[in-house]
Design a protein around this ligand. Structure first.
Ligand SMILES: CCCCC/C=C/C(=O)SCCNC(=O)CCNC(=O)[C@H](O)C(C)(C)COP(=O)(O)OP(=O)(O)OC[C@H]1O[C@@H](n2cnc3c(N)ncnc32)[C@H](O)[C@@H]1OP(=O)(O)O
Length: 364
């Protein structure tokens, strides 16, 4: 075939641009970067932007991808773009299908499944393919779900995870979409978000129970100190690798963990990143009870349904009696932890750890 005949027309190119907008299934960062680079090359020619700073992760990755195309002619870039989009067609076709157990919404939430039955509101993290990592949207949705649960007619509220993980903690890609104000603004926004998020757990008025179905990491562990009961499968592990990430403790754990488990045991977890088994976490008081994974769901939900039959007012009143002595202190601790973290997020230690994870040079 004659090469000119193979070249994509401007119309083909525009159609492909529109098709990309219809993609509902995320094609992944690598493909998105290729699409970005080919689009820029096809419309503007070789990379003409100043190189972004090393901490500006997203713009740096975009710049690298575009710059890597060198002097590729605009027509060739246009053709490559059209070819790449057409290779994504299976994900276009399947984009309208909701697969069970994936990151699709089922109850008005994109990242959670929230149900209310038998006096129990269940908030289930629902990004199993990402090990239920908590992205910015999920932080907001959890707060929305907690606020709704505090006012609905349920007696107790349960947090749990869909899939093999309870949660792998903060989604590390949260650090990559840098706003116009740069990394300082990003760190400030994250600190504001974190403070509000943890505040919702401090102030939650009904009994709050964690059903820890599998491994828990980072903020999904530290928050457990603010729950009223924590039931864990014997498959669960509890890991706070903050130092490995150049980060400091949050979720009020700098206050709750030493109280719950002794200062020395808290140090092993929060500073040295020791991962606990469910049995160890139970022995140290972080977990209320551990169940064999084979009977975990049945045993725990039977127990929770019995709790939900208790007189509702006294549950709230008793929780308030326990929490009110600590509330002011917890808010002060939360504010201080967020302040310290805001600084850590700007450190080389943290930036390098996040870059290493995102470029898959390291894992926990
Ligand atoms: C804004 C408020 C900030 C609050 C401060 C909070 C701090 C924290 O929570 S610190 C803890 C952060 N979490 C981590 O460092 C965990 C990082 N993840 C891992 O080390 C591993 O993914 C793993 C040990 C959790 C699981 O390993 P493995 O079983 O080998 O599975 P994969 O690594 O292949 O994971 C599947 C898929 O999920 C993505 N993913 C998992 N966890 C995270 C995460 N925390 N952030 C972003 N992405 C995560 C992982 O990248 C894989 O994605 P694909 O490659 O696209 O399949």
């Amino acid at each position: 075939m004659n090469r000119t005949a193979m070249r994509a027309s401007q119309k083909d190119f525009e159609n492909s641009i529109n098709q990309v907008k219809l993609l509902k299934k995320d094609p992944g960062n690598e493909v998105k970067l290729k699409l970005y680079a080919l689009y820029k090359q096809a419309t503007e020619g070789p990379c003409n932007m100043p190189k972004p700073g090393v901490f500006d992760l997203i713009n740096k990755a975009k710049w690298d991808a575009w710059n890597a195309l060198g002097s590729l002619p605009k027509e060739a870039a246009r053709q490559n773009y059209v070819d790449l989009v057409s290779s994504l067609s299976p994900s276009l076709e399947s984009s309208s299908q909701v697969e069970p157990g994936t990151d699709r919404k089922s109850t008005g939430f994109e990242t959670l499944v929230v149900t209310s039955e038998d006096g129990i509101t269940k908030i289930m993290f629902n990004r199993p393919k990402k090990k239920n990592a908590i992205n910015t949207e999920m932080y907001h949705e959890i707060m929305r779900a907690l606020k709704a649960a505090s006012k609905d007619d349920s007696i107790i509220t349960v947090l749990t995870g869909n899939g093999d993980y309870y949660s792998s903690g903060n989604d590390l890609t949260n650090f990559t979409d840098i706003p116009p104000g740069g990394v300082e603004e990003k760190a400030k926004n994250n600190a504001v978000l974190l403070r509000e998020f943890v505040g919702c757990f401090i102030d939650f008025p009904k009994p709050l129970i964690a059903v820890v179905n599998g491994p828990a990491v980072g903020i999904s562990v530290t928050l457990l100190g603010l729950f009223d009961a924590v039931y864990a499968s014997d498959r669960a592990t509890f890991h706070t690798p903050f130092s490995h990430l150049g980060q400091s403790p949050e979720g009020c754990s700098s206050y709750t963990f030493p109280k719950i488990m002794s200062p020395a045991k808290a140090t092993e977890m929060l500073i040295f990143g020791k991962k606990l088994t469910a049995g160890e976490a139970c022995a140290q008081g972080l977990v209320t009870e551990v169940f064999p994974d084979s009977t975990f769901q049945k045993e725990v939900w039977t127990r929770l349904k019995a709790f939900a039959k208790l007189p509702p007012n006294v549950l709230r009143i008793s929780k308030e009696v326990i929490r009110k002595r600590e509330r002011e202190k917890l808010h002060a601790v939360n504010a201080e932890e967020c302040n310290v973290l805001q600084g850590r997020w700007l450190s080389d230690e943290c930036t390098n750890a996040v870059v290493n994870f995102l470029s898959r040079k390291s894992k926990l």
